[in-house]
Design a protein around this ligand. Structure first.
Ligand code: TXA
Ligand code: MG
Length: 329
């Protein structure tokens, strides 16, 4: 399926396809989503088939504005309205108790529902033209890297999707932050560009950071967001050491560098990442995809800073790779 430029006529065609129970990939500010009519269980099941994703993994419902929250959730706490007011449209997903009309297919059989108003003109126009909630996970095959450009969706899903709206490259480049407000204690289920401190500032309370959330969240699985090439996450010091390692002699190596300056050669492909956190996030998945295409033996990723601001990036890198020290012992 070739992507089409997301002009008004393409957006209206996409809305029609959604009404017919078909699948439409569309850009958001975080990553591209694979959308279906969230009220149509058959359409929603098509998403799972296209991605190769187990059906008990819940999907995010995208809505046009915060007033639609009550169509999907019940017992909405004041915290939810505060976050919606402050961060929507934006890269924040809120988990709430589900409305009885929210199909079980969307929520993976759980009694909670995840909701988000995306901050992207194409996504918002599509939501308006369609007039209902759009269930959309990231538009990649299960356990692969999320797409941040329309061409990535085509690579991932081919003809399993009925239309790909091309809205250029996604500004944020990492999946949304997920906050669970379905119980008394607010929990951070997935870190993202909107960080813990910003959310705590708005809620004036601390977020619980569950190590192993009991709610099934594929983004929380250990191997996720991964390239096909074996990928290792390591400190700058370890990276230096790698070049002395005989086992890697004559191997084709990809490097995602942060501070390290390494010369490229026919065997070594280096991508030097931006120093600023939002710029780094914006280019990360593209960099991993680019290296993944080169049929390398290994991809080495230099660990960026370990501060709260960088938590989402470290989380995704940790899931895309193994720690070199674990592998080398
Ligand atoms: O930025 C994003 O969030 C993108 C764009 C397209 O909006 N979507 C995305 O969807 O990343 P997906 O399916 O790849 O990840 C959604 C995450 C999963 O980890 C899922 O388990 C979690 O949201 N989730 C969905 N419903 C949930 C629920 N009721 N309770 C807990 N986690 C939930
Ligand atoms: Mg995903």
């Amino acid at each position: 399926m070739n992507p089409v430029i997301a002009d008004q006529s393409a957006i209206h065609k996409a809305a029609d396809l959604l009404r017919q129970g078909r699948l439409v990939a569309f850009p958001t500010e975080t990553v591209y989503g694979l959308g279906a009519d969230a009220k149509n269980p058959e359409a929603v099941l098509r998403i799972f088939a296209a991605k190769g994703r187990p059906v008990d993994h819940p999907l995010i419902v995208h809505i046009a504005d915060k007033t639609a929250l009550e169509d999907w959730a019940i017992e909405t706490p004041a915290f939810a309205w505060k976050l919606a007011e402050h961060f929507w449209p934006g890269p924040l997903t809120i988990v709430l108790k589900k409305h009885p009309d929210a199909p079980m297919e969307v929520t993976g059989g759980q009694n909670t529902v995840a909701l988000r108003v995306p901050n992207h003109l194409v996504a918002l126009e599509l939501l308006k033209a369609f007039g209902g909630g759009i269930a959309a996970p990231s538009a990649n095959r299960f356990c692969r890297i999320s797409p941040t450009q329309a061409s990535h969706v085509e690579e991932e899903l081919g003809d399993a999707v009925d239309l790909i709206l091309d809205g250029g490259s996604c500004q944020v480049g990492l999946e949304s932050t997920i906050v669970d407000l379905s119980e008394v204690q607010p929990k951070l289920l997935r870190p993202g560009q909107i960080n813990r401190l910003e959310i705590e500032e708005v809620l004036q309370t601390q977020l619980v950071m569950p190590k192993n959330p009991t709610i099934r969240a594929p983004g929380m699985m250990e191997v996720h967001y991964s390239p096909v090439t074996s990928t290792m996450f390591c400190s700058a010091q370890q990276l230096q050491g790698v070049f002395q390692n005989q086992a890697l002699l004559n191997r084709k190596i990809g490097i995602v560098a942060y501070t390290l300056e390494i010369g490229a050669s026919s065997q070594i492909h280096v991508i030097t990442m931006p120093k600023q956190v939002d710029d780094y996030a914006h280019t990360l998945y593209n960099a991993l995809r680019e290296l993944d295409r080169l049929s390398l033996d290994i991809i080495l990723v230099e660990q960026p800073p370990q501060t709260e601001e960088w938590r989402a990036i470290n989380d995704r890198l940790g899931k895309a790779s193994k720690f070199l020290s674990e592998v080398m012992g």
